[in-house]
Design a protein. Sequence first.
Length: 123
Amino acid sequence: MKYLLVLAAVVACAVARPDGETYDTKYDDFDVTSLLGNERLLKSYGQCLLDKGPCTAEGKFLREVIPDALETDCAKCSEKQQALIKKIILATKDKFPEDLEAIKKLYDPEHKYEENVKKWLES
């Protein structure tokens, strides 16, 4: 499920700062309510991550950032970004569980990050 954490992270904060310490906060005010209210858009992000559909610039960047975010437990995410990420992961889990499973298989085939993501979502 950590893969979805990263999905939300990129949707919420698509560009990493040059200093490498945190992700850019320019997406901290991302309208997550609109995204979650639009199943077509939410699904399209999932399809992008699975390389089964077109990607926005944010989606392309997300595919590049997912490995780092998984390895670092989203250490470069701000608190605001983490809140957005949780909302997106939970909504995706509820609305598109098959996509979530496919994303997990693609980005975490060995289930190395699953337990950390689960704990983080419950925190």
